[in-house]
Write a protein that binds this ligand. Structure first.
Ligand code: UDP
Length: 331
């Protein structure tokens, strides 16, 4: 096969919520993409762009066969388990997939001399915040195997960068939310645990109510505050990180949030406004492991990658999520 395009990006975990939005963004911007996914949590119908290769990171020959077949120039890595509670119950599952399998991917990248990687990290690497907003200098003391695994990979990348000249960008996400503004893809997890899709399920009658996990936090309305970032803005940050590496940028890590916090009650109230549905909320006990406030400073990514969010408004985040939710119900 002959490829005339210079840039071919391998999106590992490209059938998931975040990977699929990045796949769309890269294709709009003229990149050729290969989606590598084992479909354990991903959705085949989210792979609307690029070429699909079904395979498992746990099987190193699956990875090799993709690198043999395509002239990959850079990798974006999203394949990870993401349920914090489950990571406490079954840490082996998380360390094996999120850490060991990432080492497999890095091994094959080095074998094929592919030295650019954008890695999806998380604000869970910081643990309980000692300072808000959280900057990249904040101590990293994760409190779950999920967060610890992601931090291990960040450290592995830093060592590989020094030893093997790998160039990487780690993006530490705050709360990814919202959906593609054209409703081609959106947020869908099984089981669903995230606040906004659960609220919208309550709005559409799929669930009877939304539980508020904790109303006695030391916050203005007693509920947890989070920094919600639109998935399209998140995708744009990945594109900018990739271009930065293509232009010779040095390995680095950035927070990826808006710098604005919203409480659980505020998100529910805004969802009522947008959906014009009642949305019954039931006060419940705290969910273990939830810090009261998680808000990130995005100064560094704005300055170095020149990233500017376009949907940095809770209304836009919920509107796009609701539009996609309604479309899915009628499809
Ligand atoms: N939350 C809630 N009810 C739910 C799901 C989530 O009150 O049914 C709260 C949760 O305690 C947290 C916030 O909503 O404070 C965001 O949770 P989510 O699971 O969406 O993301 P996380 O912050 O855990 O990454």
């Amino acid at each position: 096969m002959n490829y005339i395009l210079t840039y071919m990006i391998l999106i590992v975990g490209g059938a998931g919520y975040i990977g699929a939005h990045i796949n769309k963004q890269l294709n709009i911007n003229g990149y050729e993409t290969i989606v590598f996914d084992n479909l354990s949590y991903g959705h085949e119908d989210f792979i609307k762009w690029g070429t699909f290769e079904c395979g498992d990171l746990g099987n190193i020959n699956d990875i090799r066969s993709v690198f043999k077949k395509y002239p990959v120039t850079a990798v974006m890595h999203f394949a990870a388990f993401t349920y914090v509670g489950e990571s406490v119950e079954d840490p082996q599952k998380y360390y094996r997939n999120n850490v060991c399998n990432t080492i497999n991917l890095l091994q094959v990248m080095l074998e094929f001399d592919v030295k650019k990687l954008v890695f999806s990290s998380t604000c869970a690497t910081y643990g309980d915040p000692v300072e808000i907003p959280i900057t990249e200098q904040h101590p990293q003391n994760p409190i779950s195997p999920y967060g610890r695994g992601k931090l291990m990979v960040e450290n592995i990348l830093s060592d590989y960068s020094r030893a093997y000249n790998l160039h990487y960008v780690s993006l530490r996400y705050f709360n990814a939310a919202g959906a593609d503004p054209n409703s081609e893809i959106g947020e869908l997890h099984d089981p669903e645990t995230h606040l906004i899709p659960l609220i919208l399920d309550a709005a559409s009658g799929k669930r009877q109510s939304i539980k508020i996990f904790g109303t006695d936090y030391n916050t203005p309305d007693g509920t947890c505050i989070r920094d919600y970032i639109h998935v399209t803005d998140l995708a744009d940050a990945h594109l900018k990180a990739l271009q930065y590496l293509e232009n010779g940028g040095k390995s680095d890590y950035f927070n990826l949030g808006n710098g604005n916090g919203f409480s659980v009650r505020e998100v529910i109230e805004k969802s009522r406004e947008i959906t014009r549905k009642e949305i019954k909320a039931v006060e419940d006990k705290r969910r273990p492991g939830d810090p009261p406030v998680l808000v990130g400073s995005s100064d560094k990514i704005r300055k170095i990658l020149r990233w500017e969010p376009k949907y940095d408004d809770l209304s836009l985040i919920i509107q796009t999520a609701w539009k996609w939710h309604e479309k899915r119900e009628t499809d």
